[in-house]
Structure formats: structure tokens, C-alpha cells
Write a protein that binds this ligand. Structure first.
Ligand code: IPM
Ligand code: MG
Length: 357
């Protein structure tokens, strides 16, 4: 089982080190190889996704990814910015299906900014299409305006687009995921304004005919943003495009109080996957040893389950995480009175210890 380990920038290196520690503790035949990515790779090789890193990722069964980005790269040309590394990996590996669960851990109900009764027991799954939409649509760029209110002015544009097969395959993923859960899919669109998302809605409806056991609901994205804070538990599986999914998954993750707890998986048609925490590189707390490694450790569990065929090992990691939470161990992002504040490495050590017992 070959794993490409790409820690990246900011807290990425600290949290990935803890996940690697946990993976080693499982004593499975895992072959882990590390490579630079993001700003770290730019510093070393002048590119955020060097060919050797991409080749390593493509040749692996799974990628364990930390985070990329730092404000200091904001002035670079777009193709050289750290974010291009993750976008490039998604595109080149064809990682079209992004799973972002938002689960409220019982012990952390108090960490949410919402009332406990709204989020206790929350377990929703956002499925974000990851290789299409306005993120990748061509053409894009800048040009001189030929029409509109300011002819002759400079203007910028991006292209929102989806093909039918792109929508069909993500719809299948969503309906199949719902079959294993509470059998309800909410497809989020903006069909009232955008042609791309009227098409999305039509295609999802068509695919739904093959899943009569799953309930399908359509919702406009603005309403979905509102319903997520009003009654989040009314959702089961949410499926949407790349950009709406980016926004709604951040919102959903924060319902649970800590984005530091949430893993994610991005899969291609071959079952290869990239696993990363839902949070970013957090340059403001990088190097301080206080970042929460649990999202990355839980991402490693998803990796074992989805790409490496090791569901029992995945269960063991998840149980160990439950156990350290029950022991009252908390990194600062999830700390509350009466619990024990620990740093990144101590949290990783505690998970290793809980695995052993
Ligand atoms: C995410 C991030 C990325 C995205 C950035 C870093 C390119 O926000 O994974 O949600 O927009 O997809
Ligand atoms: Mg995002």
C-alpha cells in the first residue's frame, strides 16, 4: 500500500507528522514517501506542484495531504501560487468526488456557536464536485470590454460549465452514499439564475430515477446556506458543484464548532484518493505546536477505509480519537473549561496510546 505524504505549508507539516505517527503505530505494510508541495515546493523547486511530486502522487494508492498556502505568496502569478498544487492534483488525478462530512462529536457540542439542541448528533455529508465548474472552466482571464456599461474598460471573466457526464457521475456518488445513510439527497443549485445549474438540476433529477429508495430534494444555494444554520439536522447528503461546495462545506464544518476535527476525501474513478483535513494551512498558528491534528488523523482513517481496503484499521483510529476526547484532551481550538489543554504532538501521542489499549 503506497502512500504519498505531502505535508505542504503552515501547520500542514505539524499535523501530517502526527497522522504519520498514528499510521506507523498500526503496524500495517504501508509504504510512505514524502514530497514537497505548495509554497514549500515553490521555495525548493520554483513550482508548487513539481513534476516529481505529481508523479509520486499518481503512482500511489493514496495521497495524505496537509495544507497549502501562505499570505506571503499572494503576489505571485496565479500558476505559481501554493493553491495551484491542490487544484493540479485534483485535476491530474481526476479526483472528482469530494466527501466532506460534518459530524458533531458529543463531547464538543459546546464548541459550536449554535445552540446545542440544533447540532447535537449532527451527521451530514457534503459531496462536492471537485474537477469542474467555474474553478476549471475555460476561457478565463482579462480583456478589454466590448459591451456592457463600460466598453473599452479592462474586465475579468471566468467560465462556469458542467458537462452531462460530469454531473451524472457525481450524482451517482451522492445517491449511493445516501443509500448507506439516511437515504436523502439535497442537490444544491442556482437554477433560478444560472443555466449551468438548471442543467445540473435536470441531470440530477434524471439520475435520481435509478434510485427510487432515495429521497431527492432540490435547494437553491442561498437557501441552503440559510437552512444549514437554521436546521442543519434536516440534511443527510448534500451534493453540489465545485464552488457552492467550497462555500457550503466551510459553513457546515463550522456548525460543529471546530474545523480542526473534520477530515475529507477526494476520490477518482479508480478508487485512488487524496485525503486532507477540511481546514487550511493556518499560517497564524504555524510553528507553535498548537494545531489540532485530529482532522488529519481522521483523514488517514478515511484513507484506510476508502483507498486501502483496511476498514478495521480505520475503525480503530476513529475509536482512538473518541477515546482521547473522552479523556478530556483538547487542543486550544476545541478547549473549554474543565478539559485538559494539549499541543499537537501530545494529541498525536495520546491517539497512538489509545490505539494500543
Ligand atoms: C478547499 C480550499 C481550496 C478550494 C483552495 C485552497 C484552492 O478552499 O479545499 O476548500 O477552493 O477548493
Ligand atoms: Mg475551501
Amino acid at each position: 500500500m503506497k502512500i504519498a505524504v505531502l505535508p505542504g505549508d503552515g501547520i500542514g507539516t505539524e499535523i501530517v507528522a502526527e497522522a504519520v505517527k498514528v499510521l506507523h503505530a498500526l503496524k500495517l505494510p504501508l509504504e510512505m514517501q514524502e514530497a514537497p508541495v505548495g509554497g514549500a515546493a515553490y521555495e525548493l523547486h520554483g513550482h508548487p506542484l513539481p513534476p516529481a511530486t505529481l508523479e509520486l502522487a499518481m503512482a500511489s494508492d493514496a495521497v495524505l495531504f496537509g495544507a497549502v498556502g501562505d499570505w506571503k505568496y499572494d503576489k505571485l502569478d496565479r500558476p505559481l501560487r501554493p493553491e495551484q498544487a491542490i487544484l493540479g492534483l485534483r485535476k491530474h488525478m481526476g479526483l472528482f468526488a469530494n466527501f466532506r462530512p460534518a459530524i458533531c462529536y458529543e463531547q464538543l457540542v459546546g464548541a459550536s456557536s449554535l445552540k446545542p439542541e440544533l447540532i447535537a448528533g449532527l451527521d451530514i455529508l457534503i459531496i462536492r464536485e471537485l474537477t469542474g465548474d467555474i474553478y476549471f472552466g475555460q476561457p478565463r482571464g482579462r480583456r478589454t470590454a466590448t459591451d456592457g456599461h463600460f466598453p473599452g474598460a479592462e474586465e475579468a471573466f471566468d467560465t462556469m460549465r458542467y458537462s452531462k457526464p460530469e454531473i451524472e457521475r457525481i450524482a451517482h456518488v451522492a445517491f449511493q452514499a445516501a443509500q448507506k445513510r439516511n437515504k436523502k439527497v439535497t442537490s444544491v443549485d442556482k437554477a433560478n439564475v444560472l443555466e449551468t445549474f438548471q442543467f445540473w438540476k435536470d441531470v440530477v433529477t434524471e439520475v435520481h430515477a435509478q434510485y427510487p429508495d432515495v429521497e431527492l430534494q432540490h435547494m437553491y444555494v442561498d437557501n441552503a446556506a440559510m437552512q444549514l444554520v437554521k436546521a442543519p439536522k434536516a440534511f443527510d447528503v448534500v451534493v453540489t458543484g465545485n464552488m457552492f461546495g467550497d462555500i457550503l462545506s466551510d459553513e457546515a464544518s463550522m456548525l460543529t464548532g471546530s474545523i480542526g476535527m473534520l477530515p475529507s476525501a477526494s476520490l477518482n474513478a479508480k478508487g485512488q484518493g487524496l485525503y486532507e483535513p477540511s481546514h487550511g494551512s493556518a499560517p497564524d498558528i504555524a510553528g507553535k505546536g498548537i494545531a489540532n491534528p485530529l482532522a488529519t488523523i481522521l483523514s488517514a482513517a478515511m484513507m484506510l477505509r476508502f483507498s486501502l481496503g483496511q476498514p478495521a484499521a480505520a475503525d480503530r483510529i476513529e475509536a482512538a480519537v473518541q477515546k482521547v476526547l473522552a479523556q478530556g484532551l483538547r487542543t486550544p481550538d476545541i478547549y473549554s473549561e474543565g478539559t485538559t489543554k494539549v499541543g499537537t504532538a501530545a494529541m498525536g501521542d495520546a491517539v497512538v496510546k489509545a490505539l494500543a489499549s
